[in-house]
Write a new protein. Sequence first.
Length: 277
Amino acid sequence: MIPGLISRGRRWRMYYELYIDVFFLENLMMDSLILLALDHILKCGGKRGCIFLCAALGSLLTCAAVAAPLPGIAKLFLFHVCINSVMLITGLKIKSISQFVKAFILLYVVSVFMGGIMQIFRPYMRVVSLFYCAAFGSYLLLIRMWKLLSHVAERQRTVLEVTLYTSKGEKKARALWDTGNRLRDFVTDAPVNILDPGILCEITDLPEAEKGFHLIPYRCIAGEQVMKVFRIEKMCVHTGRDGGDRWIQNPLFGIGEESLSPNKDYEIILNPGILSS
């Protein structure tokens, strides 16, 4: 895009020459890198060929929207809602509304991050090839940073063996000790452990008939939701540490809306507050 001036009488007006082929290639590369980054972060399992095709589709639609004689507000809606949604849904294996919301928000987070990195080096990008180098470099930096943050977060997450004692008997399960789980009951302020809906039938036949059943509100990335919670008789946490087993009487459990672990590594997310309550 090259700026210029034209004279109309005594007035000068700015105009831009847009090279649509260069514009298409720049958008194709940025869209491809952003989709690849989202696929890596969210672990969607999208195929690279499909991602590149969807990035090309998004770039093509962007070029068409720029060339179309539409009002500015209509173009903004096409850019930020329609085209982005098409790329996310077709390029990544989006399986739920909550996953789409996460991907949509992360799309702009990643775009701002990569755009900021490229803005730093913009004064030095006198050659077009440096643009592509800076874009790819910002992508690699983002992936490195994400791996580092994931590693730090993983050190705070430990999978433990637990035994649940319920009205249906004993149930052994694997539980994730997650320091990020701060969910509490708004009535009693008791810490809430999250239960995978896949093992609910092994815990109880009817949650509504269990002790202490009620609904609690909670906030997630998709907005305000409500969760069913109830109490079981007791739970034994096998810490494997010097402290030995830890017993919790009448712990509070909430029923998750979807599987907690795609790989079935654990069926419960423990709230660290259970050991201090």
